[in-house]
Design a protein around this ligand. Structure first.
Ligand code: 6IA
Length: 149
């Protein structure tokens, strides 16, 4: 079973808090989502009420454990960028069969642009979407390609 790390903005702002839960639920078809709390509407920008060092340690552990990383990257978040960067770097030293597969879902918006640090990274698959139906199709296609590898 896949272990999926879903990444989405917390401190970066919770404007997309309604976008994350249906994606997280849909990902559940494909494996265990380690970070279901990202879609918790009760969690504010101030995050979870556990020590910050503990959040960092636990999230880094889950990232190591996960074989799949799916990030919703529309709402700019330092933490999401950091997590993706760490995994891109780690992939370099992992053997082929252990490499993390990474999907970034992005909703294009007028007057905005996805950071080239994300859009130009070869290890990241970026899919633009508008509707939830399109997000589901992107997730299906991603997992189909993971299976073929
Ligand atoms: O920079 P951001 O907070 O937007 O980064 C979001 C990413 O970092 C998510 O994908 C999470 O995995 C992780 N993350 C950041 N903050 C938290 C958090 N509480 N709880 C769980 N995961 C987190 C933050 C508390 C703090 C704002 C007071």
């Amino acid at each position: 079973m896949h272990k999926i790390y879903f990444a989405g903005s917390i401190s970066g702002g919770r404007e997309d808090v309604d976008v994350y839960p249906p994606i997280i639920e849909y990902l559940g078809r494909y494996g265990k989502v380690l970070t279901e709390h990202i879609g918790n509407k009760a969690m504010t920008q101030m995050g979870e009420s556990i020590p910050l060092a503990e959040i960092y340690r636990r999230d880094m552990e889950w990232l190591s454990e996960a074989n799949i990383v799916v990030a919703e990257v529309t709402k700019v978040s330092l933490g999401v960028g950091y997590e993706l960067g760490r995994m891109v770097e780690r992939n370099i030293s992992l053997p082929k069969e252990k490499k993390k597969e990474m999907l970034c879902l992005y909703r294009p918006q007028k007057g905005r642009r996805l950071s080239p640090m994300i859009s130009q990274s070869e290890s990241l698959e970026i899919v633009e979407y508008g509707t939830f139906e399109e997000a589901k199709a992107a997730i299906d296609a991603f997992f189909a390609s993971v299976k073929e590898k």
